[in-house]
Design a protein around this ligand. Structure first.
Ligand SMILES: Cc1cc2nc3c(=O)[nH]c(=O)nc-3n(C[C@H](O)[C@H](O)[C@H](O)COP(=O)(O)OP(=O)(O)OC[C@H]3O[C@@H](n4cnc5c(N)ncnc54)[C@H](O)[C@@H]3O)c2cc1C
Length: 402
């Protein structure tokens, strides 16, 4: 009989996990606490290694059609507004069929995935149903949830917690979320102003500035007319009200570009940012994936990408064990592969990315710029750099961990 898998959370990781499990013949119930998908601006940058996964699930064409293809990314000196270095994913053309990133907002991936799931008979999607408890014995996992009709109980062979950074599943397992929270929050200002025409920057540009760095990138928006998002660090003692005020939004946008007309500002959002990794990714028949297992600052656009890689690895592992092609020992390989790779490729990288943007020491800043210029100018170093930032290197390394 097919394995029964309960997936908690219909964020992008839960939806991809559900599709990947269903594609391997498992019966899936996907629980989502909210009655609709959250549209707040979070992930957009989807790297080549993740595009390969989306292509394998038959999602890529639709995903790409509602986003934009960005072949390059740039580092700028935000103080002098000069370009420091540009990287071109085309140098990965012999390594991947997708030598570019796609910038599509994460809610679009969840919604595309949910539409596909609704057409699969072996999948049930339960929107508006929040999981409140998880308990297991040797043979199955029991889930307690509250749905539109009141309390529910379900039993599964395996459960996957894809329920985000505040994961109820992780808390039920009593697994520690090791790491720290940054003192400053990240402010996202969304505008319809075209920074490419105004500054000459590309659709994914990192502006280093010791006073206030910016991570600037373009998405298409739901109307496909194009939006730019500018991510800034909020001051440690800045309240939401101050960060969202007209005065501080104007100050930030004009620091980026004097010509920015304030009536083009569409949204203001603020996020607390963490670097944390769950002490364990597995407890018996229950697994953690995506933000439930690891969270990081968004500079470099790696968190969701890594979560989608978790989802695929887990679906394949559960399939091999449930179909009898591998013994239960294989279940531990999920954590052996995914946890150290998150630390090496996502935690360390995003901390370094943030440090590079905010560096205050003028000599270190210049040394960083010199290094970026040297790396971009040398074809071999250029490619090596992109192999790491695109997570292709981490996927290949995972394959070697038995
Ligand atoms: C400003 C910003 C920019 C970012 N940019 C990038 C980027 O460019 N690239 C990148 O890779 N990453 C990026 N990230 C990170 C990315 O947003 C997260 O890694 C991603 O959302 C993780 O997806 P997820 O499905 O694991 O969790 P989530 O998206 O948090 O989804 C969890 C889901 O579980 C549901 N849920 C919660 N509790 C329960 C429960 N008890 N029962 C049922 N359902 C429940 C929630 O309602 C939610 O729908 C960014 C983050 C921020 C804040």
């Amino acid at each position: 009989m097919e394995a029964r898998v309960g997936i908690v959370g219909a964020g992008p990781v839960g939806v991809v996990a559900a599709l990947a499990c269903a594609a391997r013949g498992m019966r899936v119930v996907l629980f989502e606490a909210e009655s609709e998908i959250d549209h707040s601006p979070r992930a957009a940058t989807t790297h080549p290694s993740t595009l390969e996964i989306l292509a394998g699930l038959g999602l890529l064409d639709e995903f790409q059609s509602v986003g934009l293809v960005a072949r390059h990314f740039q580092f700028w000196d935000g103080v002098t507004k000069t370009l420091v270095a540009e990287f071109d994913h085309h140098s990965l053309r012999d390594e991947t069929p997708y030598p570019y990133v796609v910038q599509t907002e994460q809610h679009k991936l969840s919604e595309i995935g949910l539409r596909r799931l609704s057409a699969i008979p072996s999948v049930q999607v339960r929107l508006g149903t929040g999981v409140t408890g998880v308990a297991q014995d040797g043979g199955s996992v029991r889930i307690e949830a509250t749905g539109p009709g009141g309390p529910e109980e379900h039993s599964f062979d395996y459960v996957v917690g894809c329920d985000g950074g505040r994961s109820t599943v992780r808390k039920c397992l009593d697994v520690e979320f090791e790491g720290y929270t940054w003192p400053e929050r990240f402010l996202v200002l969304t505008t319809s102003f075209d920074f490419r025409s105004a500054l000459g920057c590309c659709e994914r540009s990192y502006m280093s500035d010791p006073e206030e760095w910016t991570n600037l990138f373009k998405v298409m928006g739901d109307d496909l007319k194009g939006r730019w998002r500018a991510v800034f660090p909020a001051r440690e003692n800045e309240t939401d009200e101050e960060a969202f005020s007209e005065t501080s939004s104007r100050r930030r946008m004009h620091r980026l570009c004097d010509d920015h007309p304030m009536d083009l500002l569409r949204h203001r959002n603020i996020y607390r940012v963490h670097q944390r990794v769950a002490k364990a990714f597995r407890a018996g028949r229950v697994f953690l994936a995506g933000d439930a297992a690891h969270v990081n600052n968004p500079v470099g656009g790696l968190g969701l990408n890594c979560g989608i890689h978790d989802a695929l690895e887990l679906a394949e592992t559960l399939h091999l064990v449930a179909s009898g092609r591998a013994g239960k020992d294989l279940l531990d390989r999920y954590e052996r592969r995914r946890r150290p790779l998150n630390i090496e490729y996502v935690q360390q990288q995003t901390v370094a990315n943030k440090k590079r943007l905010e560096e205050r020491d003028p000599r270190v800043r210049q040394a960083n710029f010199d290094e970026l210029r040297r790396t971009a100018a040398d074809p071999q170093l250029h490619k090596q750099f992109l192999m790491r930032t695109s997570l292709i290197e981490s996927v290949r390394k995972a394959g070697k961990i038995g």
